[in-house]
Each structure stands twice: as structure tokens, then as C-alpha cells.
Design a protein around this ligand. Structure first.
Ligand SMILES: Nc1ncnc2c1ncn2[C@@H]1O[C@H](COP(=O)(O)OP(=O)(O)OP(=O)(O)O)[C@@H](O)[C@H]1O
Ligand SMILES: [Mg+2]
Length: 259
């Protein structure tokens, strides 16, 4: 029997918290390293930032012999193409995915939906209700926190606990942890999250320059890319694998052997 793909979105009512960055990192690790068949639906019209990142990635590989060889070797090893990035919008995300699957006669294990930083259009809630799991990146800033917690509470109360859609859970996680920030700031917010009965992942992603760094024509290190998973060396202290392990655990993704 054909297994339905798992639908995941990093979502928030706030812009600039890391939704697109974690969509790309998660997609690349699951597709190129862990052997899943991944699809990405870029719903953030009109900017389509992940689609544009793929275009930049391709240009940078063409200008960099080291990356060209790395891409060739990766293809020889995993014997599959880059994951598709389907351009869509929040209203038509699932419909566009279904059309793509039919036209290309393809199947996915996991589909990641990159949502815009605003929930103003009704379509966003429709797409959120079609997900199996939502992950909300948090930033220790009062305005971001208030709106993120309100967003998570509404989804939890209206969708998850009523069992009226496919959504199994909303999970929050700390991003951009700043070592200069007072420790109590995180403890107080963590307490607020617990009291609201919201679920918080253990992983805390540090504020680190590599989350900003893309492929370059002149460098050989790889972290954020739509064509490669991050290098082992670059992953150290980024906590990205810890986050991926937790995501696999809460979504019940059994871990296929790491390639
Ligand atoms: N842990 C981190 N450390 C440092 N920079 C980070 C981290 N996470 C995200 N960023 C940076 O924050 C910026 C915003 O990230 P991103 O574009 O993923 O946010 P977004 O939630 O998708 O925003 P939008 O709502 O505008 O689409 C990017 O420049 C990204 O590189
Ligand atoms: Mg984005």
C-alpha cells in the first residue's frame, strides 16, 4: 500500500525567526544524508526565497570546481537528483504538490512547506491544518515570543486538541541562543511555555554565523545549501543534528541508515 508522505512546516507568525533556514537544512539532511525522498513546497510568494536559493546554489557550483566535483561524487554515491522545490503560495500549496506528484509520477516520504512570515491570508491556516507536524522557531525577544506563543496556543487549541485535521502536534524550539543574554531570560520563557502546556524541544540552536553562510564560488565549506547536506565539520556545535534527531523522534520517522 502506498504510504502517505509526512507533511512538516516550520511556521511562525513572525518573520526572520529561521523558518526558511531550517526548512532547507532539514530537507538537505533528510534527502542527501538520511536517504528519504524529500520535496519542498516554497509557499512564500512572491519572493520564493528557497527557490531563489537553489538558483544561487547552482550558479555557485558552476563557478567552483571543488563544489562541482563534490556534487558529482554525491550523485554517484546516493544515485538520486536534488529534491524539487515547488513554487506555490499558501492557498494552493497542497494542490500544487499533488499536481506535481501526478505530473512527475513521483513519490515523497517527507514534504516540507516553507510558509510566509504572516498569517494574514486564510490560506495559511488551511495549509497549516494540512500538516502533520508544525515546528515553531523561537527567538528570546518579547515581541517575537508573545506572538509565537499566541500562534502556537491557537493552533494547539483549535486544531491539534480537537483532532479535526491531520495535525498531530506543535513543537517549539529555541533558535539564535545568544550567550550574552541573561540565562534567566530563557528560564522565565521556558516556564511560560510549560504553563501554557506547549511542547518545547530540548535542542537549543545557537546564534552562529554559519546559519547565514551559503555556498560561495571561492570557499569549499558547506553548511546551508539546497544541493548538499552540511559538512560534518561545519555541523559541530551548530546543534542541527540534535534538532534533526528530535524532529525524527517526535514525527516517528524511523532513521534509515546514515549514508
Ligand atoms: N541560529 C541562527 N544563527 C544566526 N543566524 C540565523 C540563525 N537562524 C536564522 N538566522 C538568520 O536569520 C535570518 C532569517 O532567517 P530566515 O530567512 O530563515 O527566517 P524566516 O523565518 O524564513 O523569515 P521570513 O518570514 O522573512 O521568511 C537569516 O539571515 C538567517 O540566516
Ligand atoms: Mg522565510
Amino acid at each position: 500500500m502506498k504510504k502517505e508522505p509526512l507533511f512538516i512546516a516550520f511556521a511562525s507568525q513572525k518573520g526572520g525567526v529561521g523558518k526558511s533556514v531550517f526548512t532547507v537544512l532539514t530537507a538537505s539532511i533528510l534527502h542527501y544524508r538520511k536517504g528519504y525522498r524529500v520535496g519542498v513546497v516554497d509557499c512564500d510568494a512572491p519572493q520564493h526565497s528557497i527557490y531563489k536559493m537553489r538558483e544561487r546554489d547552482i550558479e555557485n557550483v558552476q563557478k567552483n570546481d571543488f563544489l562541482k566535483v563534490a556534487l558529482y561524487r554525491q550523485h554517484e554515491q546516493i544515485q538520486k537528483l536534488a529534491y524539487p522545490i515547488i513554487r506555490s503560495n499558501p492557498e494552493k500549496a497542497v494542490e500544487d504538490l499533488n499536481n506535481y506528484v501526478q505530473e512527475e509520477k513521483t513519490e515523497f516520504d517527507i514534504v516540507l512547506f516553507d510558509l510566509p512570515g504572516t498569517l494574514r491570508s486564510e490560506g495559511v491556516i488551511y495549509t497549516i491544518a494540512s500538516m502533520n507536524h508544525i515546528f515553531v522557531p523561537l527567538k528570546a525577544d518579547s515581541i517575537v515570543m508573545q506572538s509565537s506563543l499566541q500562534f502556537a496556543e491557537v493552533i494547539e487549541e483549535e486544531l491539534v486538541s480537537r483532532h479535526n485535521c491531520n495535525l498531530n502536534g506543535v513543537h517549539l524550539f529555541w533558535n539564535m541562543i545568544d550567550r550574552r543574554e541573561r540565562k534567566e531570560t530563557y528560564e522565565i520563557w521556558t516556564q511560560v511555555i510549560r504553563e501554557a502546556n506547549l511542547r518545547l524541544l530540548d535542542t537549543r540552536i545557537p546564534d552562529s554565523k554559519r546559519y547565514n553562510r551559503e555556498l560561495s564560488p571561492t570557499r569549499s565549506d558547506i553548511f546551508r545549501s539546497t544541493l548538499f547536506p552540511p559538512d560534518n565539520r561545519e555541523m559541530q556545535n551548530s546543534c542541527i543534528m540534535e534538532l534533526l534527531d528530535e524532529i525524527c523522534r517526535v514525527t516517528n520517522l524511523e532513521s534509515p541508515a546514515t549514508l
